[in-house]
Design a protein around this ligand. Structure first.
Ligand SMILES: [Fe+2]
Length: 472
């Protein structure tokens, strides 16, 4: 009887969420009790899909698990809620890491701006319910960053995992209800805690809003403790490089006038990271803004670039890439501390970047570090490159990045009540950064030495990780 009641309640919650369109402007927060009911109804269902960003703003991806014998990688997309005018997109079926399922991956193309779509996917037994996706403006747009979602799982109790899911759902709902114009969510990694449990990904995909919000998820060291990321994601332009192994991969995508370079910073394969940046930039030379994403903090609060375990190495590997390709903003996580650097170049402060100030054509790169959602362990250090730091690291946060005209505006909010914590604007109306300067080319020439060292480190690291049984 309890089970029947739970299913009825969960259905009611899902139906009520859908009845209001699960559109971000009307979505309501779930109480802990409502969330637990939803969690219990879905926790054993390893089929929830993830809506992913596409190679550009006119594309999307969808990835889900389906029964091996009856799966079809098909998605229907329509402009009417009745689905009468649907078109079908067909993708590929890849092996899952269990005996009974496969992974379906579909690319959806031809998305027009400011348009409401409805979609369904083939679950393996039937067409799913109908879900809404509202595209936003392509020229001026807003995206959101939430880092270290880090859903606990494999070794955690169901109760703890439901709590993590509740926290994740709460910050997502808070952010989307206050910012219904967000185009997509980007996370700088540690999406899961052990990287080994299907249940971690299922909890990550449970919030009803995830059906409406494309996501771009970088790989973090926790994700890399296992291989599950490989089976639950479908990122655009995945770049497997020459020396990457196992889960290693970078990816990139374009949205509006911004090129996003997403690095797997758990790999020290400098040659591959540089090759990805070169390829992405050469395909998108006209992109006004360049944003890089990597998991480990470099110039945020906390250890970052001076961390003897990985920071010194990562600084050597990544900073020259960001400097030589004139990256405007680097998004990181890992330290579980919300904060932001001044303008940085060659690992030094080259200009102040104070909260509340608008800067015109600044030299250097801002590094913004995200707080964590489910794990708040951290410690901080007084560091000269830190321009802003949020001291209450047990409070969730989210950051929005808005592009309009020649301006990029970065705002960070508390995740529980959307109080504005930090804001900075950059105006870029000169074309200087589009020119590939002699200095930039020189940077990349001397980087060949780093590439060689990275290759040697990679070989040693493989042996160390194999002996240790995984990454930190
Ligand atoms: Fe991490």
């Amino acid at each position: 009887m309890k089970k029947v009641l739970a299913i009825v309640l969960a259905t009611l919650i899902l139906v009520s969420a859908f009845a209001i369109g699960t559109s971000a402007d009307t979505v309501k927060k779930l109480t802990r009790e409502e969330w637990d009911t939803l969690y219990n109804s879905l926790k054993d269902d390893n089929t929830l899909p993830m809506l992913c960003v596409g190679a550009d703003q006119t594309q999307l991806g969808l990835v889900w698990h389906a029964p091996k014998d009856s799966a079809k990688a098909e998605v229907r997309l329509a402009k009417s809620e009745s689905m009468a005018d649907y078109v079908t997109f067909t993708g590929v079926i890849d092996p899952a890491d269990n005996d009974t399922q496969v992974v379906c991956r579909v690319d959806i193309t031809g998305i027009e701006e400011n348009t409401t779509y409805f979609y369904q996917w083939y679950t393996g037994t039937e067409w799913s319910g109908t879900y809404e996706y509202k595209s936003k403006s392509f020229d001026s747009y807003k995206m959101m960053v939430i880092g270290d979602i880090q859903i606990g799982g494999q070794t955690e109790s169901a109760e703890k995992q439901s709590e993590d899911g509740y926290t994740w759902n709460s910050v997502l709902t808070e952010a989307m209800s206050k910012n219904p114009d967000i185009s997509f969510l980007l996370s700088p990694g540690d999406n899961t805690s052990t990287g080994k449990g299907d249940n971690e990904w299922q909890t990550l995909l449970m919030p009803p809003l995830v059906r409406n919000l494309p996501m771009a998820l970088a790989i973090g060291n926790h994700d890399k403790k296992g291989m599950k990321y490989d089976y639950f994601t479908h990122m655009p332009n995945e770049f497997y490089g020459e020396y990457f192994t196992g889960l290693d991969r970078d990816f990139y995508f374009r949205y509006g006038d911004t090129l996003y370079l997403v690095f797997d910073a758990t790999s020290a394969s400098a040659a591959d990271h540089m090759a990805m940046a070169k390829q992405a930039v050469s395909e998108h030379k006209d992109a006004k803004w360049r944003i890089a994403v990597m998991h480990q903090a470099l110039f945020g609060p906390g250890y970052g670039n001076i961390d003897p375990e990985t920071g010194i190495l990562l600084n050597a590997v990544f900073t020259p890439i960001f400097d030589s390709y004139d990256v405007d903003l680097v998004l990181t996580g890992h330290s579980h501390l919300q904060g932001r650097s001044h303008f940085m170049y060659e690992s030094s402060v080259v200009g102040k970047a104070e909260s509340g100030v608008a800067y015109a054509n600044p030299k250097g790169t801002i590094y913004l570090n995200s707080n964590a959602v489910c794990d708040h362990e951290s410690f901080t250090l007084p560091l000269p490159h830190v321009a802003y730091e949020f001291a209450e690291n047990d409070v969730t946060t989210y950051t929005t990045i808005e592009f309009y005209g020649d301006t990029m505006k970065i705002k960070t909010f508390r995740g529980d009540n959307s109080e504005l914590l930090d804001e900075i604007s950059i105006l870029k109306n000169d074309d200087e950064k589009k020119e590939d300067s002699f200095l930039n080319r020189l940077h990349r020439f001397f980087y060949k030495f780093v590439e060689l060292c990275g290759r040697i480190y990679q070989e040693i690291d493989k042996i160390v990780v194999a002996n240790r049984g995984g990454h930190f």
